[in-house]
Design a protein around this ligand. Structure first.
Ligand SMILES: C[S@@+](CC[C@H](N)C(=O)[O-])C[C@H]1O[C@@H](n2cnc3c(N)ncnc32)[C@H](O)[C@@H]1O
Length: 500
């Protein structure tokens, strides 16, 4: 959750800095419903091996829908300073477990008040202080530090202060980290989310390998491999992706907030978690009233359906997410006469020759148009290549809406062609998948393959919808442009005849 909920849009996990000065280059993990929404089943019924080498589930945590562990957590939190709550943990239709209003809740009311002493952050005390000292001495960035902390505390079992919290966390969070390579290839063949998932898996694997090589292997008594391994890291990163929040009023500090992280997301809600200086606790302010028995929601941030699937393992119902977008991948062709010059211009602004841009139902970014201009530019426009690349890179200080009327039609046609080739991939996937319209309230009961397929189909339908809209806008613009040109030609022709 982030924005005060998590955004992991950037693709790389931080590499552990090798020198103190590199610490400042830590990754900005974030800077930043439903036919019953379906997630991937936790029962790993598939025989395929995951992109990670998976041994087994972690020995801590609980089933995603366990209420017993959640109640024990609630009791421990109240004993530890959480004030009386107007919400309770219940089984819910959206998100399996969630917080439900116990009393009437007004619009504009502050809820939760989780004290900082009950929040897990990079400043939290470790059950094993020596392990903490080693990681801090090596300037391990926030995310890997927190991931290692979670594993270390989970392994400390009842001697950890957080044992009740960890017991209430899902043993296998819903996450694309648990999809196998062939599942990603098969179900997300049409969507750019496949690339994002692979990048993320590689980032997590790389981060773990980096830690193992540089730190864990040197201190095996503090970080034994039976405990600190790929499987436990996959779990801890899965937990961070789906539960870590960024608290703007605490200078953007990232934290796990027990209790608050039982709140599910709604695209219709516009309220995030934050630290409240006056009450000295983590709160959120309701943007609507709730009656007893109603599930209370927060926003995990303005995320597309693809981002929600990637981090949280669910896809909101088609058409309900105003922040939805689909990525379109544009490329400079190797056969382009000016390939070398275009490559150079792009390199100067840190861009590759293949670039993904987000399309929304409301349109596309100026950066994409600039990239399209560059892609279709003829050799005589070489002097403009840099300006195009700069605008495409979003590195301009002043946002300028560049326009090149002489190649505008070609640029729009280029985007339309890419859009249509993407639509045909989605259509093929959806047609091949047949009709599937699962309506489930208990994902655990359903076959894993069907779940993944339904998730992918929901994602693909929502992404294709945006592509269809863009196709419509592009076709109309091109038609208007062409009919305008035709009219101008006719007038010119008329003049010629007149003078003859
Ligand atoms: C921060 S946790 C929320 C609490 C969670 N339901 C639990 O029982 O631990 C985030 C997870 O809740 C679920 N979730 C949150 N919002 C959801 C939604 N709108 N639809 C489906 N699942 C949701 C997803 O599994 C997500 O990974």
């Amino acid at each position: 959750m982030a924005e005060a909920s998590m955004t992991f849009y950037a693709t790389v996990l931080p590499q552990i800095p090798k020198t103190p000065s590199q610490v400042h280059r830590r990754l900005a993990y974030t800077t930043k419903q439903q036919r019953h929404p379906i997630r991937c089943s936790t029962s790993t019924a598939s025989n395929e091996t995951s992109t990670f080498t998976v041994k087994e589930k972690v020995p801590w945590g609980c089933d995603v829908d366990s209420l017993e562990n959640a109640s024990a957590l609630q009791k421990w939190l109240s004993d530890s300073g959480l004030p009386p709550q107007k919400m309770g943990i219940k089984r819910v239709e959206v998100g399996e477990r969630g917080l439900v209003a116990l009393k009437n809740i007004r619009k504009g009311e502050k809820l939760l008040f989780v004290p900082p002493s009950l929040v897990i952050s990079t400043d939290s005390e470790w059950s094993c202080p020596d392990a903490c000292a080693v990681l801090k001495r090596n300037y391990v960035p926030d995310w890997p530090l927190l991931a290692t902390y979670l594993i270390s505390e989970a392994n400390a079992k009842n001697s950890s202060r957080w044992s009740n919290y960890i017991s209430a966390l899902p043993r296998q969070p819903y996450s694309l980290l648990y999809w196998t390579q062939s599942e990603l290839d098969k179900y997300l063949v049409a969507s750019q989310v496949r690339e994002r998932a692979i990048e993320r898996i590689n980032d997590v694997t790389g981060t773990y390998n980096d830690l193992r090589l540089r730190i864990f292997s040197k201190y095996p008594h503090l970080f034994p491999e039976e405990v600190f391994n790929m499987e436990t890291f996959k779990w801890s990163f899965g937990i961070l992706f789906s539960r870590l929040v960024r608290l703007p009023s605490m200078d953007g500090k990232v934290a796990l907030v027990p209790w608050a992280d039982m709140l599910n997301h709604s695209c219709e809600v516009d309220t995030c978690l934050d630290y409240d200086k006056s009450s000295k606790g983590i709160v959120f302010t309701t943007d609507r009233p709730y009656q007893p028995g109603e599930q209370v929601f927060i926003s995990y941030g303005k995320k597309s359906n693809g981002e929600l699937l990637l981090s949280y393992g669910f896809v909101p119902k088609e058409g309900t997410n105003p922040s939805d977008s689909v990525e379109l991948s544009l490329a400079i062709k190797k056969s382009d006469k000016c390939y070398k010059e275009k490559l150079e211009a792009l390199r100067k602004f840190g861009l590759p020759t293949v670039q993904r841009f987000p399309l929304r139902i409301t349109g596309w970014p100026m950066e994409m148009m600039a990239f399209a201009y560059l892609a279709v530019s003829p050799p005589k426009m070489i002097p403009q290549f840099e300006e195009m690349a700069e605008t495409a890179s979003n590195k301009t200080t002043s946002k300028k809406d560049i326009r090149y009327p002489e190649i505008e039609e070609k640029a729009l046609q280029f985007i339309l062609d890419t859009c249509e080739s993407s639509i045909s991939k989605y259509t093929k996937f959806l047609e091949d998948s047949g009709s599937l319209d699962l309506d489930v309230t208990s994902p655990k009961q359903i076959n894993r393959k069907l779940f993944l397929k339904q998730l992918a189909m929901d994602l693909c339908n929502s992404e294709r919808r945006i592509l269809f809209r863009s196709q419509y806008i592009l076709r109309r613009r091109l038609r208007d442009m062409r009919s305008g040109e035709l009219r101008a030609l006719r007038i010119l022709d008329g003049f010629k005849k007149l003078f003859k």
